[in-house]
Design a protein around this ligand. Structure first.
Ligand SMILES: [Zn+2]
Length: 552
C-alpha cells in the first residue's frame, strides 16, 4: 500500500501563499492557491505566488484544486496555477464569486471548470473523499475539509475561529468535526495565525457596541475603512448606519466589487435605498452619511489615503469627520498606517483604531479556539500550518503543554517538505527547494528572478555603462572607452575612477586573444568581468554593468 504525502508549497513558516499538495499514489489534489506579499526590499514587486513549476513532475496526477475560502492568501494565485495546470476547481458559492472575478481579469473564465459546493457535500476524487464542513472566519462561506484517504482521515481547518454567533450565516459546524473525531482522524492540519494569543477569539459581533458608541458620538461624517473581504464587518456597518439614519457610500474598487458579489449571492442584507453614489453623497448632510472605504493598511492608491492626502473623487477628509480603522495591521504595513493616521489628524478629523476601541476582531483561532478544534477532531497527529514559524511553534507548544500531545505527535513541517503518513507514523521523507514567483501587479505577468535581482543591484549599487568602439579591420580601439556610472558611490571624476576604469578596459582589450576579439559576445563578457572586478576592488560595489562593443 502507498503512503499519503502532504507537501506544503507555501504558507508554512510565512504569512500568505497558502498552498498544500495532498498526494496518494497517482492522485494529487491541491488545497488553496494563495498569494503572498513580499517584504518591502523586493523592488517594485507587489505580490508573489508559490513556484508551481515544482508540480510539473506530478502533472498527470493533479485532479483538482480545492479552495477553503476566498481570502487572497488562499485564492490569489489561482489564475497562475490554472495557467499551468488546468484542472477543475471546487469551492463555495461566495469563494467562486470572488474566483470568477479574478479569472475574468486574466481572461481565463471560459476555460476553467468550476464546481460550487455546499456545506456537508462530499466530493470523491480518486482515492480522496472530501467533505466540505462549514467554518467560521472573517469572511463568509468558508470551509474546513475532512479528507478520507486509504491511510486515514485528514482534517484541514482552512482559516477558522470558533464563532458561535456570526453576523451572517451559520456557526462553525463542530458537530460534524466531532463525528469525524469519534470515527478517528489521522492528522489535523490546523490554522496557526493566532496561536500566540491566549483565550478565545471574540465573535464577529463583538465589535457592535464600539460601533454603536462611535455612531452615537459622531457629529459629522463617519468614514469606516475595513478589508473588503470582511463581509460580516460590512454587514455590521450597514446595519448600524441604517439604525442611525445614515446613508452609506461604498468607495474603492475591491470594496464595491465585494459588496456587489456578496449582495448578488444573498450574503449581505442591504435595505432598499441605503446605498448612495458618490455624487448623491455630496448633497447629503454630514451627520447622515457613512463612507465605507478601502485603504485600512495605508495603501497609497486606496480610497482612504487619497481622501486623507489629496482627494478621492472630489472627497477629502475634513474637520469633524470620524475615521474608523476597522482592521488589523498586516505585518509590514506599520509605517504606511502610521503615516496615514498622521495625515488624518492633520486634517482635523478624529481617528479610532483597534487600540482605542474594539473596532476589530481577528478571524483566526486563538489558543482556546485551537483547544476546541483539537478536542473535537481528536487527531493522532497535529500539523500546525498557516503562519510564521513563531506561530507554528507556539501552536505546537500549546498542543503539547495544554492538550497532552506528545512531542512526536505534533509535526512541524516547512514549505517543500514531504510529510509521509502510513497510518501509524508521520515522517518527513524529503525536502524540495520550492521558491516563489514574483508577479508584476499591473500586467499579471511573472517577473523573472533575474529581473528582481537586477533591480536590487540597481538600487544598491547603480549601473555602469561601457561603450567600446573598435576598428573593424584592425580590431584596435578607435577612441578611449566611454564609461558612465549612475548611482555608484566613489565614481566621481575627481578621484580618477573613470580614468582608471578606462585603463583597465584598454588593458583587457589588448590581452584578449584573437578568437575573442572576433566574437563580440565573448569580448563583451571579458570586458564586463574585468570592469566588475576593478569596480568591486575600488568601491566595494557590484553595479549592473552594460557593455556595448561597436565596430566601425
Ligand atoms: Zn482567511
Amino acid at each position: 500500500m502507498s503512503n499519503l504525502e502532504l507537501i506544503p508549497l507555501g504558507g508554512v513558516g510565512e504569512f500568505g501563499m497558502n498552498c498544500m499538495a495532498v498526494r496518494y499514489a497517482d492522485d494529487m489534489i491541491i488545497i488553496d492557491a494563495g498569494m503572498g506579499f513580499p517584504e518591502e526590499s523586493v523592488y517594485g514587486v507587489d505580490v508573489c505566488v508559490p513556484d508551481f513549476d515544482f508540480l510539473e513532475e506530478y502533472r498527470d496526477s493533479i485532479t483538482a484544486i480545492i479552495l477553503t475560502h476566498g481570502h487572497e492568501d488562499h485564492l490569489g494565485a489561482l489564475p497562475y496555477i490554472l495557467k499551468k495546470f488546468n484542472v477543475p476547481v471546487y469551492a463555495s458559492h461566495f469563494t467562486v464569486g470572488l474566483a470568477e472575478r479574478k479569472l475574468e481579469e486574466h481572461d481565463l473564465l471560459d476555460d476553467v471548470l468550476i464546481h460550487r459546493v455546499e456545506p456537508r457535500q462530499v466530493v470523491e476524487l480518486g482515492p480522496f473523499k472530501i467533505e466540505f464542513i462549514r467554518a467560521s472566519h472573517s469572511l463568509v462561506d468558508c470551509f474546513s475539509l475532512a479528507i478520507r484517504t486509504p491511510v486515514g482521515t485528514i482534517v484541514h481547518t482552512g482559516d477558522y475561529k470558533v464563532d458561535e454567533t456570526p453576523v451572517i450565516g451559520e456557526p462553525i459546524d463542530l458537530r460534524t468535526l466531532r463525528s469525524y473525531g469519534q470515527e478517528g482522524v489521522l492528522a489535523l492540519l490546523s490554522d496557526s495565525t493566532n496561536a500566540t494569543v491566549p483565550g478565545r477569539t471574540p465573535s464577529e459581533r463583538a465589535v457592535i457596541p464600539a460601533f454603536e458608541e462611535i455612531f452615537t458620538e459622531a457629529t459629522g461624517r463617519v468614514v469606516v475603512a475595513a478589508f473588503a473581504s470582511s463581509i460580516h464587518r460590512l454587514q455590521i456597518v450597514l446595519d448600524i448606519a441604517q439604525q442611525f439614519n445614515r446613508k452609506v457610500c461604498v468607495l474603492g474598487r475591491s470594496m464595491q466589487k465585494n459588496v456587489e458579489i456578496a449582495d448578488e449571492l444573498g450574503f449581505l442584507d442591504i435595505p432598499e435605498g441605503l446605498l448612495v453614489s458618490v455624487g448623491e453623497s455630496k448633497s447629503i448632510n454630514d451627520d447622515e452619511l457613512v463612507y465605507l472605504v478601502t485603504g485600512s493598511q495605508g495603501e497609497p492608491r486606496a480610497a482612504l489615503s487619497q481622501m486623507a492626502t489629496q482627494a478621492y473623487k472630489g472627497l477629502t477628509i475634513e474637520e469633524g469627520d470620524t475615521v474608523v480603522l476597522s482592521a488589523r495591521i498586516i505585518p509590514g504595513n506599520e509605517r504606511s498606517i502610521s503615516r496615514l493616521i498622521g495625515c488624518i489628524y492633520k486634517r482635523g478629523a478624529n481617528i479610532i483604531e483597534e487600540k482605542r476601541r474594539m473596532v476589530h476582531v481577528s478571524g483566526h483561532a486563538s489558543q482556546e479556539d485551537i483547544r476546541i478544534m483539537t478536542e473535537a477532531v481528536r487527531p493522532k497527529f497535529v500539523v500546525p500550518i498557516h503562519g510564521e514559524y513563531r506561530m507554528l511553534f507556539r501552536h505546537k507548544e500549546f498542543v503539547k503543554n495544554h492538550l497532552g500531545y506528545a512531542e512526536e505527535n505534533v509535526i512541524m513541517i516547512e514549505n517543500g517538505e514531504v510529510l509521509e503518513l502510513d497510518g501509524e507514523r508521520a515522517t518527513v521523507t524529503a525536502k524540495h527547494d520550492i521558491g516563489r514567483t514574483f508577479i508584476d501587479d499591473s500586467g499579471f505577468e511573472e517577473i523573472a528572478r533575474e529581473t528582481v535581482r537586477e533591480r536590487r543591484q540597481l538600487a544598491y549599487d547603480g549601473v555602469v555603462s561601457l561603450v567600446v568602439t573598435l576598428n573593424a579591420e584592425t580590431g584596435e580601439l578607435e577612441a578611449p572607452p566611454e564609461i558612465t556610472a549612475r548611482g555608484l558611490t566613489g565614481s566621481d571624476s575627481s578621484n580618477g575612477f573613470i580614468k582608471n576604469a578606462q585603463r583597465v578596459v584598454t588593458e583587457a582589450l589588448s590581452k584578449a586573444p584573437r578568437a575573442e576579439r572576433d566574437d563580440i559576445s565573448l569580448l563583451k563578457e571579458r570586458l564586463r568581468v574585468e570592469l566588475k572586478r576593478f569596480i568591486q576592488k575600488q568601491t566595494g560595489a557590484k553595479p549592473v554593468i552594460l557593455p556595448v562593443v561597436l565596430e566601425v
